[in-house]
Design a protein around this ligand. Structure first.
Ligand SMILES: *Cc1c(COP(=O)(O)O)cnc(C)c1O
Length: 362
């Protein structure tokens, strides 16, 4: 067996320890004689799995008691609809459009009310985070929405926007648990777990309790009301049981390495390794030149020549560096440096890029 260095944007690398543990428990979980996949979600054993996962997440992020943690389904995309259906009490929300995912969320919200775009970076193909210190926030806005890390374009909010007192809602799919955050600055934090936490099929939503009410968009299905899931501790219906179990293992892994402060140090170091090389390289150029806007999780770069980009991606793949092809809206390459991507993997990538640079010219 050989494992590659996996730089995929998502679904993405998971800690090898977690996969090994899950493999060891595959046929017989904790003496139950069955896999977690085969187990009733109403069983005592599973109840402990989901409760422990929630508690470990609360410990890691320091989630205050007045926030609910929900394990949901439907991907981040379903949240593009659930957020406005549940939160647009006055029918108005402000969106900061910094990429594809933010734009989709904004468009979806306009089905349920007045969704304003109060800032955008589309003028430069989303390669920076706009100044959000004094935005024209609507007086009657129910919330202000951001996509905190723009997976496709490689930009990230390192400073949160000034929402002028309005509730902040953030899609953190691709930066979930990458560093400590102050949960109280947000009304809601959510993300699909397949980028930085676990297998596809689980969405985690962390929501301040006072925002979870019965007052929702008329006709909202029961399953799409946060209250349905909050009242039943994510066990209203069958949850994505196996996925939650893997998430729980990743939370344990994070606790064991020392928590989010340690993770932050590692992530900062990984991003610095790659950006420092890119800023000096005579072959590769980072697509995000504004340093304050750079994502620590997704690093986009190009050679400036499509054929050379393709050659690089192919050669890297053959050398065991997988998943480096950029998204079609940016082109070139993208290295995703999520939590489970080791410093060693980034060092290997930088070394490979140096060698490639030696032998190739543009
Ligand atoms: C991948 C991604 C999405 C889309 O997630 P799905 O689970 O496929 O719906 C949304 N937002 C961000 C920030 C992402 O990285």
């Amino acid at each position: 067996m050989s494992r590659v260095y996996n730089f995929s944007a998502g679904p993405a690398a998971l800690p090898e320890e977690v996969l090994r543990e899950a493999a060891a428990e595959m046929l017989d979980y904790a003496g139950t004689g069955m896999s977690v996949m085969e187990m009733s979600h109403r069983s005592k054993t599973y109840d402990k799995i989901i409760k422990d996962a929630e508690q470990d997440l609360r410990d890691l992020m320091g989630i205050p008691d007045n926030y609910k943690v929900l394990f949901l389904q439907g991907g981040a995309h379903l949240q593009f609809a659930m957020v406005p259906m549940n939160f647009m009490k006055h029918g108005v929300a402000d969106y900061i459009v910094t990429g594809n995912w933010a734009k989709r969320a904004w468009k979806e919200a306009s089905k349920y009310g007045k969704a304003n775009c109060v800032a955008s970076s589309e003028d430069k193909n989303f390669n920076y985070i706009p100044d959000c210190s004094d935005l024209p926030i609507s007086e009657d806005a129910d919330y202000v929405y951001i996509c905190q890390n723009n997976t496709i374009y490689g930009t990230q909010f390192h400073i949160l926007p000034d929402t002028k007192g309005k509730t902040l809602v953030a899609d953190v799919s691709s930066c979930f648990l990458a560093e400590p955050i102050d949960v109280e600055k947000y009304g809601m934090i959510y993300g699909g777990v397949q980028k930085n936490i676990g297998p596809a099929g689980v969405v985690i939503a962390i929501i301040r309790e006072d925002l979870i009410t019965e007052e929702v968009w008329p006709g909202t299905p029961t399953m799409l009301q946060y209250k349905t899931h909050a009242d039943k501790d994510s066990l209203y219906n069958t949850p994505p049981a196996y996925g939650i179990y893997i998430c729980g293992k990743v939370f344990q892994w994070l606790k064991n390495i020392g928590g989010l402060e340690v993770m932050k140090e590692r992530n900062e170091k990984k991003a610095a390794l790659l950006y420092d090389f890119l800023d000096k390289s005579r072959l590769f150029t980072p697509t995000v030149t504004d340093k304050a806007s750079r994502s620590w999780m997704n690093v986009d770069f190009v050679t400036g020549e499509k054929a050379l980009d393709a050659e690089f991606v192919k050669a890297a793949e053959e050398a065991g560096l997988s998943g480096l092809k950029g998204h079609r809206s940016v082109g070139g390459m993208r290295a995703s440096l999520y939590n489970a991507v080791s410093i060693e993997a980034v060092e290997a990538l930088v070394k490979f890029m140096k060698d490639f640079e030696e032998t190739h010219q543009r």
